[in-house]
Ligand binder design. Structure first.
Ligand SMILES: CC(=O)N[C@H]1[C@@H](OP(=O)(O)OP(=O)(O)OC[C@H]2O[C@@H](n3ccc(=O)[nH]c3=O)[C@H](O)[C@@H]2O)O[C@H](CO)[C@@H](O)[C@@H]1O
Ligand SMILES: C=C(OP(=O)(O)O)C(=O)O
Length: 441
């Protein structure tokens, strides 16, 4: 019998609204959670192991709960103890990614690749996650086909099936018109990890999600070498288990730094160092007037003076992460001058603009570019967020605004942040959560 202690119900979208009274500088020290996106890719990587794997420092968020249930649905035994997630390989496998839960998270294809790598066949639905624009997954299917699977689609999803003896060594390109695909690189890594021979992934992503998944596999017997041709992966017949720690969440860290900067405060963060922060992010922050420095057990930030406008663009690691651009736009409402934040990973990612405008921000978009004019005094607003980073951009605006704001769409926050609201309150934010009032029938 599989056992799991849930921190969330994975089925109910039981909502709360958040009330924020802005205008208080955020100051103090808090811990960042383990990285959402690294953890989610490691949940998939844990499925290719032949022995129990314990992931330490797992964030208590909806997406990790959903992924845990997906692993259990495949037949794996999973337990949670505090921030540790342990998965034991399945004795009796159900080679499918749960049809409903698989539509809730983005890593569906990566999870499917792990099942295919171990068991030679899998069914999976179309991936979920945020829907701010079309998010393609053709390179994931290409990797499965290159590894010898025949991939067919039905009304609800896809079947990938290899002949005996399962996945074979392959070459696949992880490049897309928007740069290397993070997810497809991990999909290819997991397939190659169990293929008998050496595979080559050309144009691989080098996001921390990839390098941590590669380190996880390498420590467990998979040969991994990176050179100018790409990632060379030599599969292993036996992939060991054991413990692996999830790195700190650089996106949550960036969010708290920007919230502190927008409110004229200063924070120290435990569980993360400047080494975890991509240089594209630290450069944009430095241009805005925010400096980061390591401290024992963490990192601190300081403002060099009033915030300045910046011109920056998201990009592949170590560029400015796309997952920080909405929060950056919110912070830049409090910077002097006109900023431009261009989105280069997605054709469009601007669901935060409407909400920021409701706070009185002078924000607009033209194609993939977002323009922010500051300094604009923000006023309280009643807004709803549509996705995970838009919700934190709106929270950040509320923290900098005059008066009490209401933010809806907390389902998106719960997907990726386990204790952001608690952390912000510890730093001095005036935040309360209330059950959402439902209209009378
Ligand atoms: C490189 C990068 O910054 N990746 C981001 C991407 O990861 P995620 O893994 O979700 O997305 P990918 O890195 O695969 O996608 C990057 C781009 O490539 C395109 N694409 C992707 C796969 C594919 O098969 N074909 C294709 O064309 C996507 O539509 C997108 O425009 O979104 C996550 C959530 O916001 C972020 O945490 C990641 O940092
Ligand atoms: C968009 C994000 O998540 P997902 O890929 O899970 O939708 C994100 O982490 O910013």
């Amino acid at each position: 019998m599989n056992a799991m202690t849930h921190t969330h119900s994975v089925h109910a979208r039981d909502e709360v609204v958040v009330r924020v009274t802005g205008g208080r500088p955020l100051t103090g020290r808090v811990m960042v959670q383990g990285s959402k996106n690294i953890a989610l890719h490691l949940y998939a990587a844990a499925l290719v192991a032949d022995e129990p794997v314990t992931l330490q420092g797992v964030p208590a968020i909806l997406d990790t709960d959903v992924c845990a249930q997906i692993l259990i649905h495949t037949g794996a035994h999973a337990t949670v103890a505090g921030d540790q997630f342990t998965v034991h390989p399945a004795e009796h496998v159900t080679p499918e990614v749960h049809p409903d839960l698989g539509r809730r998270v983005r890593t569906t294809c990566v999870l499917a690749a792990a099942v295919l790598a171990r068991h030679g066949r899998v069914w999976f639905p179309r991936p979920g996650g945020d829907a701010f624009c079309a998010r393609l997954f053709d390179r994931h299917l290409a990797a499965m086909e290159a590894a010898g699977a025949v991939v067919t689609s039905d009304e609800h999803g896809f079947t990938a099936r290899c002949g005996a003896p399962g996945v074979r060594p392959f070459t696949v390109d992880a490049g897309t018109p928007y740069g290397p695909s993070l997810g497809a690189t991990v999909t290819a890594l997991l397939l190659a990890a169990r293929a008998p021979g050496t595979s080559l992934i050309t144009n691989p992503s080098i996001e921390p999600e990839v390098t941590e998944a590669a380190r996880f596999l390498n420590e467990r017997g998979v040969g991994i070498r990176f050179d100018r041709d790409g990632l060379h992966v030599t599969g292993s017949e036996h992939i060991a288990g054991g413990r692996f720690r999830v790195a700190g969440d650089r996106i949550e860290a960036a969010t708290m730094i920007m919230a502190a900067a927008a409110t004229g405060g200063s924070v120290t963060l435990g569980g993360i160092t400047t080494h975890h922060m991509p240089t594209g992010l630290t450069a944009a922050l430095a241009d805005a007037g925010i400096l980061l420095a390591d401290q024992p057990g963490g990192m601190c930030m300081a403002l060099t003076g009033p915030l300045h406008a910046v011109e920056t663009a998201t990009g592949p690691h170590p560029g400015l992460p796309t997952d920080t651009a909405p929060q950056l736009a919110a912070m830049l409402t409090q910077a002097h001058g006109t900023s431009i934040v261009a989105e280069r990973i997605y054709p469009r990612r601007d669901t935060h603009i409407g909400g920021l405008t409701a706070f009185g921000a002078a924000v607009s978009s033209k194609g993939a570019e977002i323009y922010v004019r500051g300094v604009t005094p923000l006023r309280a607003a009643d807004v709803a967020a549509e996705d995970i980073r838009a919700v934190t951009a709106l929270l950040l605006a509320a923290l900098a605004a005059d008066g009490t704001s209401t933010i809806r769409g907390m389902y998106h926050l719960r997907r990726g942040y386990g204790r952001l609201l608690t952390n912000l309150a510890t730093l001095g934010a005036d935040i309360t959560t209330l059950p959402e009032a439902h209209p009378c029938p």
